[in-house]
Design a protein around this ligand. Structure first.
Ligand code: NAD
Length: 260
């Protein structure tokens, strides 16, 4: 379905981004990976995905908090693949603290990586997408783009902002073949969440499994984690012809979190 198209998935060396990149590659898209990690492991990762799905892959290590590096990544995408057809704004970080204890530089980092980076990638991707009259922008927001949780001020503010940016992008592209939508996952067991499981286990003297159960029981009625593969399938739907008139939604996949 996506052969001949190129997807840039930010923060795709791990977790949800990697799951979505694999799902798009399975549909035939070439993938430009982005994200941090061990250089040798990353090279193996993108080459393995290329071989497994028979697509072209590459990696660019732009720091998504730095607009000049984001611009360099788009120049690379233009040279290597002729542009970006599917943009998945996924890179994100978390910091957990009460507002009065929240370090100002962590606030700035969360807003830069989780929100402002999506503005920069979107403004760079739109001219090429509009010219081809086809494009898909998928913003990885969160249930925290729809509801709040204590101690996550920067993250919740960034994710609500990302849902807002999604709506404006969808309106500005409404009469074109470009769509923009947000995905709002509940808990997904990735390194970002494992850190919160570890913190909880340490604080409450729990084992790993008990801490996971406690985390889920608090917010996610299903008692199950959402998986990167399930999120990848939703991203594929947004890219499909049937998704052409899905515009500006914030689609939760959250085990019932926001139904409460
Ligand atoms: P993760 O920690 O597993 O992966 C984050 C990715 O972002 C990694 O590839 C990392 O290298 C990259 N990254 C971090 N800082 C970066 C930077 N400055 N520049 C470039 N890349 C950077 O996290 P995840 O859980 O897979 O989260 C992915 C997205 O999904 C995030 O936006 C997160 O907020 C969102 N999300 C996660 C959950 C969850 O439960 N895990 C729930 C809702 C939303």
């Amino acid at each position: 379905m996506l052969s001949g198209k190129t997807a840039l998935v930010t923060g795709s060396t791990s977790g949800i981004g990697l799951g979505i990149a694999r799902s798009l590659a399975e549909q035939g898209a070439n993938i430009l990976f982005n994200g941090f990690g061990d250089a040798i492991a990353i090279e193996k990762l993108y080459q393995d995905v290329g071989v497994e799905f028979g697509v072209e892959t590459a990696h660019h290590n732009a720091d998504m908090s730095k607009p000049a590096e984001i611009a360099a990544m788009f120049a690379f995408a233009q040279d290597k693949f002729g542009g970006v057809d599917v943009l998945v704004n996924n890179a994100g970080i978390q910091h957990v603290a009460n507002i009065e204890d929240f370090p100002a530089e962590r606030w700035d980092a969360v807003i830069a990586i989780n929100l402002s980076s999506a503005f920069h990638t979107t403004r760079l991707a739109l001219p090429g997408m509009k010219q081809k009259n086809w494009g898909r922008i998928i913003n990885l927001a969160s249930v925290h783009g729809l509801v709040g949780s204590a101690q996550k001020s920067a993250y919740v503010a960034a994710k609500h902002g990302l849902v807002g940016l999604t709506k404006v992008t969808a309106l500005e592209t409404a009469q074109t073949g470009v769509t923009c939508n947000a995905i709002c996952p509940g808990w997904v067991l990735t390194p970002l969440v494992q850190k919160q499981v570890d913190d909880r286990a340490a604080k409450e003297g729990l084992g790993n499994d008990a801490a996971k159960k406690a985390l889920l029981a608090e917010k996610q009625p299903s008692g199950e984690f959402v998986t990167p593969e399930e999120l990848g399938a939703l991203a594929v739907f947004f890219c499909s012809p049937a998704g052409a008139q899905v515009r500006g939604v914030a689609w939760n996949m959250d085990g019932g979190w926001t139904a409460q």
